[in-house]
Design a protein around this ligand. Structure first.
Ligand code: UTP
Length: 223
């Protein structure tokens, strides 16, 4: 299968880069790359948010985005280095370069340009390479019908259609360093190209492997 992952910075770098998780994620990716073509788009996590917060005030949103992009590329570099020879040696900086390289060694990259999060980069890459599966791995176990942090009775949703995820995320506000759940560009991309998508907690790598291999898993499937 052709698979594109969006690996949330929230799990790779909840504070600084989590070396233990990085090692386990690299093992997982190496293992499944024997059977599947893989690209991983890495998020910025706490380092991105800290650098955006520490930057001088009054910059444009695009300038703050650019600080975030550089942080995502640093995280991508850390994962690529952990993967060693299993990874394509360069970190593509554009979707055009990424789609050209896809299909050989594990492709690792961060952000591309301002205006969206790495979820959008991953969804657009999934579209471009006609991926069979897009996996959005962050620190949430399911998509809920309401924000579970604010609503105790929020219900997890196991399966949903593309229109529903677009409707859900369209209500959320976004700015540099802050894209909750999935950004609208990503949601619209999977909707327009009908890309099978799974949203799950990427900290549980066994569960993620189950999702990849078509076994029972915890998470929300969108198709
Ligand atoms: P993330 O993709 O990590 O965004 O990129 P996020 O959703 O805010 O954070 P996670 O997934 O919880 O870690 C970090 C920031 O970098 C900028 C955005 O400002 C984003 O919030 N960015 C990233 C871009 O502007 N373009 C990109 O292609 C990627």
């Amino acid at each position: 299968m052709r698979i594109v992952f969006s690996l949330g910075g929230s799990i790779l770098a909840p504070d600084e880069i989590d070396e233990i998780y990085l090692g386990k994620a690299a093992d997982f990716l190496r293992k499944i790359s024997g059977r599947h073509s893989i690209a991983v788009v890495v998020g910025g996590g706490a380092p991105a948010r800290e650098k955006i917060a520490q930057a001088e005030s009054g910059l444009s949103q695009a300038a703050y985005d650019w600080i975030g992009i550089k942080a995502t590329r640093e995280n991508a570099k850390a994962l690529k280095e952990k993967l060693g020879d299993s990874a394509f040696p360069q970190i593509p900086e554009t979707l055009f370069d990424a789609q050209k390289r896809y299909g050989g060694k594990i492709l690792v990259m961060g952000g591309t340009e301002p205006g969206h999060s790495t979820d959008a980069v991953a969804a657009l890459l999934a579209d471009w390479v006609s991926a069979d599966l897009f996996i959005n791995a962050s620190n949430i176990d399911y998509v809920y019908d309401r924000d579970p942090k604010k609503n105790k009775d929020a219900k997890p949703i196991r399966n949903m259609g593309f229109d529903y995820i677009v409707e859900l995320v369209a209500k959320e506000s976004t700015c540099a360093g802050k894209y909750p759940l999935l950004d609208l560009v990503a949601a619209k991309t999977i909707q327009r190209s009908r890309i099978k998508t799974i949203i799950l907690d990427g900290r549980n790598l066994e569960n993620m492997e189950n999702a990849v291999e078509g076994r029972e898993f915890q998470g929300t499937e969108i198709n």
